[in-house]
Write a protein that binds this ligand. Sequence first.
Ligand SMILES: C[S@@+](CC[C@H](N)C(=O)[O-])C[C@H]1O[C@@H](n2cnc3c(N)ncnc32)[C@H](O)[C@@H]1O
Length: 241
Amino acid sequence: MEVNGDDGEPTAKSSAEEEMTTFSRHNFGNSENTDDGFSVTIIENMKEEYGLFVWPCSIILAEYIWQQKSRFTGASVVELGAGTSLPGLVAAKVGADVTLTDDSSRVEVLTHMRRQCDLNDIKCKIRGLTWGVWDAQTFSLCPNIILGADVLYDSCAFDDLFATVTFLLQNCPSSVFITTYHNRSGHHLIGFLMVKWGLKCVKLLDGFSFMPSHKTSSLSGNIQLAEIILDTANRDDTKLM
Ligand SMILES: C[S@@+](CC[C@H](N)C(=O)[O-])C[C@H]1O[C@@H](n2cnc3c(N)ncnc32)[C@H](O)[C@@H]1O
């Protein structure tokens, strides 16, 4: 395997039978100095459906985690719809106890997550977690921080996602959902769903506002980062039944 690139550029093809597999390297801080930075290598597979690419939202959320690393050290973190898992891997690198999750029915994605961890020598738990589906594993999760990069892309799945996020926020007091998403149609629907599920946004940033300029050349779109918590003052649980 040859990995020469920098900051998310796919760099090399692997063997003939895996000719659609590429590797991208993502640098954080001063990656030459292990005291003040590191690199994460991600395997991407162009043959598979979406979920096995590093989407721009993931690069932006991973950079935010690096810049906010003191919040993550020692935290329990669950990444939803993790796919190639860059944000969760960065959280683990800065000292979080991370559970990477994706759709339980997409076994190839869960297998792929294990390969990402092994390649980077990072320890994370890996679980199937389908939004809006409740099983014993989901009930046992109690994260301080929930991550979701590009998980708000199919409005048919928004309610299921918000149901899972709300459950996790309720399960662990003072927890926060940090998400990056393409703001394609304004915040009306997301705002509506936050009210419906008794949540509120406490931070909303232009995803490009904190990105180092050398990381933005391959990124495009109107990407927002939101931090969302339970709105305990205005919560009416009877509306959710
Ligand atoms: C656009 S991809 C984003 C992947 C990754 N977070 C990133 O930004 O590179 C959406 C991810 O959500 C997952 N997903 C879609 N529907 C889901 C569901 N109902 N439950 C759990 N995961 C789901 C997909 O498998 C995929 O990994």
